[in-house]
Design a protein around this ligand. Structure first.
Ligand code: ADP
Length: 510
């Protein structure tokens, strides 16, 4: 950063256009020609002048690595010319080599007084001339290189400073002990301190817990403004070894807004959690109320209904033969209606049972066993319909044997029931990732895909009169499958194309 140290020493001559020139001054054209020949190739350009005034004119246009000046010239001699050269600011330090025939001390003193750097005595020895001039040419070349480096450095520093200024975060460069060397304008804004009051102060004045142990990212610390108020900040410390020792760049970002937003989110989450908990409690209590209602309906209605059924049957028996016409029909309706209601209540009890989560203890069940039981239970409908029920190898799953029997029995029973003739039912299971996918496929009447959700509801039926039933079988299957951690659905190409009921059960983890 300290480019000053690299600035050129004032005596060094550098041409603006980077071309290294030598000025040769002699009133004798022949001498000039031989000087040119001797120095050929040494500098980029040799400029000649035949008089002092002419030399001075050249000096107005260019800087020179060195001037070779003949002492004895008419009109204005070398010494006079040198005096004028030295008077001009631009050429004050340009090295001058005098060319002279006299070897007198007085001569030498005068020359050195006028700032000569050397004398060359005529007749000139070409090797001596070349080697003396070469020194100055090289000096000029090196100066030029140094100047270029200095320019590059200055440009880099300029870029660095503008980057620093453009940074959206506050950036401070400090020494290892925390004393501040450089800050950007964002720092002034953020902390309320003008730059000149921060330079030289310790970073701990504005970040009391500032410390660094190598590179550290996203450290959260409190920062203090000039007015004494503080704010949460996120910081990054990057140490850099330089010629001036270890420098640490500290980047400070005000995270008050983020903190506030986080706090808001935390508060909202807490509120949300409270509301969800309250809502869940509400739902649970209304669920429980519904369950109790279902339970009461299915059990408590049983007794009075039994009475209606028994007494109407008794009436039917006693009045047998005496009843006729409409009266007989009415009594028949009572009897069938009441026994239908009995069936519905029994089905509802079964559903309440299946969906009672606390009731079923899960164990490893080989599905072949509940399938066998279900088929045995369905034996009479199977033989009456001539159905064929087949199955692939089935897995063992974590389940309750009772629930598995219910699932198989309801699905296979439906497949046989909802079939016009020669029912064919096939049961299979395949592993899909962490689940077993069961499917029960039939060749029955099929289901319109529009109703594929509907049929799983309680008391939901598609054909009320053509087929007997309560509309609860699939609701039981759904409750049972969900209890086992799975899902159930039906796929069908539509009416007349058979149905495939599918359900999943998680793979037992052992
Ligand atoms: P239920 O059979 O007692 O009517 P379910 O809950 O078992 O009650 O079935 C609901 C409805 O779904 C049935 O009424 C029927 O319309 C339809 N359904 C069930 N299984 C099948 C099937 N395998 N093929 C076609 N329709 C079916």
């Amino acid at each position: 950063m300290a480019v000053d140290g690299l600035a050129l020493a004032p005596h060094q001559t550098v041409t603006d256009d980077g071309i290294i020139r030598l000025l040769l001054v002699d009133d004798d054209p022949d001498n000039l020609v031989s000087l040119e020949a001797t120095l050929h190739g040494l500098a980029d350009e040799l400029v000649t002048a035949q008089s002092g005034p002419q030399a001075l004119r050249h000096l107005l246009e260019h800087d020179f690595a060195a001037i070779l000046l003949d002492v004895k010239m008419p009109e204005m001699d070398g010494f006079e010319t040198a005096e004028l050269i030295r008077k001009r600011k631009r050429s004050r330090h340009t090295p001058i080599l005098f060319l002279t025939g006299y070897r007198s001390d007085e001569h030498l003193f005068r020359g050195y007084d006028l700032g000569a750097v050397d004398f060359l005595f005529k007749p000139i020895v070409p090797e001596v001339l070349r080697s003396k001039v070469l020194v100055f040419v090289e000096l000029a070349r090196n100066s030029r290189l140094l100047q270029q480096q200095a320019n590059t450095l200055a440009r880099a520093e300029q870029r660095f400073r503008s980057l620093l200024e453009a940074a959206p975060d506050s950036m401070l460069i400090s020494r290892e002990d925390g004393s501040i060397v450089l800050v950007n304008s964002r720092t002034e804004e953020l902390f309320g301190w003008p730059r000149d009051l921060l330079l030289g102060r310790n970073l701990r004045m504005i970040v009391p817990d500032w410390c660094h142990v190598g590179q550290m990212n996203n450290i959260e610390l409190q920062a203090i403004r000039r007015d004494g108020t503080s704010f949460p900040a996120e910081m990054t410390f990057s140490p850099l070894q330089t010629d001036e020792g270890l420098l640490i760049t500290t980047v400070v970002r005000d995270i008050s807004d983020r903190k506030r937003a986080e706090e808001d989110i935390r508060r909202l989450n807490a509120t949300l959690e409270r509301r969800v908990a309250a809502r869940t409690a509400e739902l649970m209590s209304s669920n429980e109320a519904l369950r109790q209602f279902g339970w009461a309906a299915s059990h408590d209605l049983q007794e009075p209904l039994r009475m209606v059924v028994s007494y109407s049957q008794m009436l039917e028996r006693r009045l047998k033969g005496e009843l006729e016409g409409e009266t007989k029909m009415c009594l028949d309706y009572v009897v069938t209606g009441a026994s239908r209601l009995e069936n519905l209540l029994a089905a509802l009890r079964e559903f309440m049972h299946a969906s009672d989560t606390g009731r079923h203890h899960l164990q490893l069940v080989d599905c072949a066993t509940p399938l066998k039981t279900a088929i045995e239970n369905l034996q009479s409908v199977i033989s009456a319909s001539g159905a064929q029920v087949t199955s692939d190898q089935l897995p063992s799953v974590m389940a309750s044997p009772v629930l598995m029997v219910q699932i198989f029995q309801n699905l296979i029973g439906n497949s046989i029931k909802y079939c016009e003739s020669e029912p064919r039912v096939h049961v299979r299971a395949e592993r899909k990732g962490a689940e077993w996918l069961f499917s029960i496929r039939d060749n029955g009447i099929g289901i319109d895909p529009r109703h594929s959700q509907f049929v799983f509801g309680v008391f939901r039926r598609l054909f009320r009169d053509e087929y007997p039933g309560t509309g609860i079988g699939l609701a039981i299957c759904r409750a049972a499958v969900e209890r086992l951690g799975g899902r159930i659905w039906v796929e069908s190409e539509g009416v007349g194309h058979g149905s495939t009921f599918k359900f999943t059960i998680p793979v037992a983890d052992r």
